[in-house]
Design a protein around this ligand. Structure first.
Ligand code: FAD
Length: 276
């Protein structure tokens, strides 16, 4: 059986305790031999140092680490400086995003969309970086229409992206249709599904509302019915997400990207069931 190409996403910890917790999480996930891990970035630069420190810490462990870089609210000069710093640390893999400005915070910046950020990186840094971009099988929540969103997505990939990580979803058909549509429009880079383990009902519903991912009614109702019974939520979530991953792997997806939320247990349990 072909090994599954795994990647894991973390966020930069804010406290010394969080740094230790993330190191422990990485140690627990390391036996799964991820192809790379990525570290998120607070739009507007709020986690800039934290993202850099975390990426450097991970790279020191010999694991390929890809920082997320978002352009909203940033000037070209500041983006150039961040990217130069990553290059100086030998980082060659990034996730390029528009990002979302926290409400009430500042100006849009010089680059309005991720496609413009990708073009900027290619123009300034050539092929130094392997560039991942985001894809939305259930469409970006602010998109004008599915077709408009797909056209923007195709433009972003053609600006020079090497690979795509999707927003998480629980409807595999949305992903399959998204990949088919993108391929018909000439997208020929890998589109890796983003996977969100289910461990907490209210958090899942909140995140999903924000990012436009649909939690199927039967899943939401079952999770809600468990109330504070975290064990049942975890067991049911493990079944649902493992089934989803199996369907995706049966269709030969290029890999699985896990939104770990800096925890190891749920991601590890799914990967063990998949024999990853
Ligand atoms: P874009 O591709 O620029 O698209 C944003 C919207 O603009 C879409 O509705 C699109 O249709 C529209 N659009 C694009 N181009 C045009 C155009 N030329 N004209 C008109 N409309 C256009 N956020 C963070 O802040 N930090 C992170 O670390 C982070 N990591 C993420 C990782 C992944 C894998 C994913 C899927 C999302 C992540 N996000 C992160 C969230 C992301 O920043 C938001 O979803 C954001 O709203 C869109 O970013 P994007 O790069 O997809 O934007």
């Amino acid at each position: 059986m072909k090994p599954i190409e795994l990647s894991f996403e973390f966020f930069p910890p804010k406290t010394a305790e969080g740094v230790d917790k993330l190191r422990a999480t990485r140690a627990q996930l390391a036996p799964l031999k991820p192809k790379f891990v990525s570290v998120t970035f607070g739009a507007g630069g709020s986690t800039q140092q934290g993202t850099l420190d975390t990426v450097v810490d991970i790279a020191r462990e010999g694991i390929e680490a890809a920082p997320h870089v978002s352009c909203i609210g940033s000037s070209k000069d500041s983006l150039r400086a961040i990217l130069n710093e990553y290059r100086a640390h030998g980082i060659r893999h990034i996730v390029a995003l528009r990002g979302d400005l926290p409400s009430g915070m500042g100006e849009v910046g010089e680059l309005r969309y991720a496609s413009e950020l990708v073009s900027f990186i290619r123009a300034e840094f050539g092929d130094w970086f392997w560039i991942e971009v985001a894809g939305y099988p259930e469409y970006h929540p602010q998109s004008r229409s599915p077709r408009h969103d797909m056209d923007n997505f195709v433009r972003k990939v053609k600006a020079g992206a090497n690979s795509v990580i999707t927003q998480y979803f629980f409807n595999a058909d949305a992903y399959f249709r998204f990949v088919d549509d993108a391929q018909k429009l000439g997208v020929d880079v890998p589109v890796v599904p983003g996977i969100m383990p289910i461990t907490n009902y209210s958090q899942l519903m909140r995140f999903s509302e924000m990012c436009g991912a649909e939690v199927p009614r039967w899943v939401a109702r079952r999770l809600e019915s468990f109330g504070d019974d975290r064990e049942s939520i975890r067991a049911f979530g493990l079944d649902v997400v493992t089934d989803l991953c199996e369907r995706l792997l049966d269709a030969n997806v290029p890999g699985l990207h896990f939104y770990t939320l800096n925890g190891a247990a749920a991601t590890k349990a799914i990967c063990e069931r998949l024999h990853a």
